[in-house]
Write a protein that binds this ligand. Sequence first.
Ligand code: FAD
Length: 495
Amino acid sequence: MKSEYTSRRIVIAGGGTAGWMAAAALARTMGHAIDLTLVESDAIGTVGVGESTIPPLVTYNRLLGISEAEFMRETQATFKLGIEFENWKQQGEKYFHSFGLTGRDHWSAGFQHFWLHGLTKGHTASFDDYCLELKAAHEGRFAHLPDNRMNYAYQLDSTLYGRYLRKLAEADGAKRVEGRIAQVELAPESGNIAALVLDGGQRIEGDLFIDCTGFRALLIEGALHVGYDDWTHYLPCDGAIAVQTASVRAPIPYTRAIAHDAGWQWRIPLQHRQGNGIVYCSRYLERDAALDRLLSTAEGQRLTEPNFIRFTTGARRKQWHRNCIAVGLSGGFLEPLESTSIHLIQRAILRLIRMLPMGEVSERDVAEFNDQQLTDMYQVRDFLILHYKATERRDSPFWRQCAAMEIPDSLTQKIELFRETGRVFRRNEELFAENSWVQVMMGQGIMPKAYHPVATKLSDAELEQLLAGLRDSVEKTVASLPEHHAYVARYCGVV
Ligand code: FAD
């Protein structure tokens, strides 16, 4: 058995959210055993977006021993209870994808089966009335509740998050080198990456390289040419513009995703400002028209110049190749609709730490990593496609294209199974659980034709008691919560 740890020199290329998340986690977990260097270029800068997150980031921060109140102060974060989707099913209609559990599941069947049975018995309350997080979001209320009863994520300033993580990583021993990577040097025999060469000639050698260079993918693609699977035929948007504005009202605890005739717009409320953006399909909307639309709908005084971004939805064919691991946008991009990119970064980092090479890179580790990471991406991809495919909109060529497009068999199976039986199954530790799929499918207008017979086991009185009891508990809890913005200010020690 090998006793000496030889893959000691780890080099992270790029210091965006991905680079600093990787540096902070590696330095905190393995700082005693590794020599960690991060190279970034202030002149190039970061992508400058990525403000809306999902609940596992709470766990990630906890793993790093981060104080939540300090983190929220430093990143001007607000709490997030879900996303409101406006104009996706039809113009003028909206639905909410909350982070909570709706109602109470039975081990054999999700709550939707009981709710559907209730409909046949004359119960008219909406599915939404049974979800604490959803009702709290709409009321603009929030508090931490015992037993983690309130499931939440954050809306944060990604530049500030990067800066905060940098402080933690450097305190734990990570070294930062400023400079532009001019060349990626390969070892002639193995084909592994041997060093990064910066403008001016400085060489940074390493045993393991983490490519966090964003869309440029300098190492994994530029040097190692692993290839890219283009998913534009499923996720057709390819442009975005972001702009920050002053807040015009107290921040709400949710993100808005508002569909337009060739894509959608986001609104992300932070403590100190609002993030706004438009995502569009350039085949149907020109850049200048997208900019006009963004600027004419963004509320509040403009604080930044527009940030124009082009992208191709898809995934790098190998996320780990030789001694290089792609983390963040270098590994692919699935568009920001369900705020999953930072989460995929987190999954890659935690996975890498579990599979950290003990000497030479093991091809078994590489295969396992690629399989797990790409499975995550396929599953998130299917969930995103659902929002576009299951639309009743036919008012523009974009939406007609989405409604008519071919979708992966895995998604067809999920949709048709739900339509026929009301059932959703979570496979391979899938990120989005049953309740997420149910909320989005029903929100987009897919209603099950049947429900599980276990729901009929309840007598009418028992069903009434169950449904009324759940609604009552949600209502009472929401009424007891403080206003979100006041809670954030108190929690962060601002008042
Ligand atoms: P970048 O931020 O681009 O960082 C790349 C780094 O590499 C920079 O430090 C750069 O200087 C460095 N670099 C590049 N080339 C060189 C070189 N030659 N030499 C030296 N350094 C170099 N994610 C979410 O989770 N939620 C969201 O709401 C969300 N919204 C998004 C909206 C849009 C429109 C887009 C495009 C993305 C969004 N994302 C979102 C994704 C999120 O922004 C990214 O996943 C996240 O910011 C990580 O980016 P990154 O660190 O991989 O790349």
